[in-house]
Design a protein around this ligand. Structure first.
Ligand code: PMT
Length: 410
């Protein structure tokens, strides 16, 4: 289940192109996430996929005809338009985009689209020349300006044999866009600086010291903030996660590089969330050449890295500062101490000794410690859900911070 999609009604419009088969996977993923999926298909889409496949996957009747008495009484295009929490068109052909841009309603899908006031998500897929054609690009611009959420197509080998843009975006990206379209933009315009992942401290050119952070928690926070309308800068250590679209990504390796990136972005930030697992120590005098087993019996001497959170805390001003505490014991004691010492507004503590929380898993359980003395705890949640809870907490702090800032003498 995905709390962002659970119990939401997604009307999925499918228009006719070879990428139609990918709509089946999209329906499956949406229903697994807990959404009610109602499918409407164009006549061309039915040349590629049978309505029966989509009916079975969605567990709902599929709308294919506008002028069919049975369908109209059982589904009803206006009912479908009204039921939608979001209308998603995937794949969207150049033809359907042209119709949407010009308000043409000549089949069940385009009629639902014209009658629907829910957020519109469009995932185009077509031949590269059709995509680049000025008519398509003009229609795209019109739809964007009207507020449609466009999930840009990927580039690569296309089914038509050509190479270029036009491939339907990945299912994951389409789902993120649907979730974003359903999320209130409560952080519109707020600038977030989020750190994620581990750091690597070189021993020599081929070896390094690091930790078990996968970046999943930090990336979940970055995506969640973006969904709420925030402008996000993500400073990431080395991870194997896909770079999130639509935000500034600064890749770093060492704690020193992360420090410099964070301090360089501080003036452009209203909220800083330090979820990265930063190495407290670097290797003193790392070797420029590969250490040879035969030639040396090395001892590694460590030297302290800059404490980035503490450095930000000293320059915090009116920003909201959130730290994370990775603990294996005495979690409350250490989290409260860190909150105070680092001049943070909020600390999010997780017990990293657990197998289902902390490092490199998809779930987490956290305790929130606020500078004003409030404390909250979550149950075991997905990292996406934890990210939402952390952002709710940040939002509860923003008015207070803004109030204090307004009281500040000029
Ligand atoms: O990446 P995942 O696999 O999803 O795992 C998530 C996580 C376990 C890494 C994350 O939930 C987490 O706990 N992050 C903080 C890890 C950590 O370094 O905790 P700490 O208690 O050692 O540090 C306290 C705070 O100081 C952290 O906000 C840390 O980013 C910051 N710090 C630490 C050292 C340092 N030199 N500079 C810092 O800014």
């Amino acid at each position: 289940m995905d709390p962002r999609l659970e119990n939401r009604t997604i009307v999925l419009g499918i228009s006719g192109g070879i990428a139609c088969y990918k709509a089946c996977e999209l329906v499956r993923r949406l229903t697994q996430a807990g959404a009610q999926v109602r499918v409407a298909m164009t006549a061309s889409a039915r040349q590629f996929v049978q309505p029966m496949t989509l009916q079975t996957l969605s567990m709902n009747p599929v709308a294919t005809e506008l002028f069919d008495l049975t369908q109209e009484s059982e589904i009803g295009h206006i009912n479908l338009a009204r039921a939608a929490d979001a209308l998603v068109i995937a794949p969207a052909t150049a033809n359907i985009m042209a119709k949407l841009a010009h308000g043409i309603a000549d089949d069940v899908l385009t009629t639902v689209a014209l009658a629907c006031t829910a957020p519109l998500v469009i995932a185009p897929a077509m031949n590269v020349q059709m995509w680049r054609h000025v008519a398509t690009q003009t229609n795209l611009k019109t739809l964007r300006e009207r507020g449609a959420h466009i999930v840009d197509p990927g580039a690569g080998d296309l089914a038509c044999g050509e190479v270029g843009e036009g491939r339907l975006a990945e299912t994951e990206q389409i789902i993120e866009a649907i979730a974003a379209s359903l999320t209130p933009r409560s952080l519109q315009g707020v600038r977030f600086l989020i750190t994620a992942g581990p750091t690597r401290e070189p021993v020599d050119p081929v070896r390094y010291l690091t930790n078990r952070s996968s970046g999943k928690m930090g990336y979940a926070l970055a995506r969640a903030a973006q969904r709420r309308g925030a402008q996000v800068t993500l400073v990431s250590g080395p991870v194997s996660l896909a770079p999130p679209a639509g935000m500034k990504l600064i890749k770093v390796e060492t704690a020193r590089e992360m420090h410099d990136a964070v301090m360089g972005e501080l003036d452009n930030s209203d909220v800083i969330i330090k979820s990265a697992a930063v190495a407290d120590f670097a290797v003193a005098g790392a070797s420029e050449k590969k250490l040879k087993r035969r030639e040396t019996q090395p001892t590694i001497e460590l030297t302290p890295n800059p404490d980035i959170l503490a450095a930000v805390g000293k320059k915090k001003g009116q920003r909201v500062l959130v730290g994370f505490a990775a603990e294996t014991h005495d979690l409350k004691k250490y989290a409260r101490e860190k909150l105070r010492e680092k001049n943070a507004d909020l600390f999010v503590a997780n017990d990293v000794a657990r197998a289902d929380a902390g490092f490199d898993v998809d779930t987490n359980q956290v305790e929130l410690f606020f500078a004003d003395g409030r404390e909250e705890s979550t149950g075991l949640l997905s990292k996406d859900q934890v990210a939402e809870r952390v952002l709710d907490a940040v939002e509860s702090l923003l008015p207070e911070i803004h109030r204090r800032s307004n009281e500040m003498p000029a």
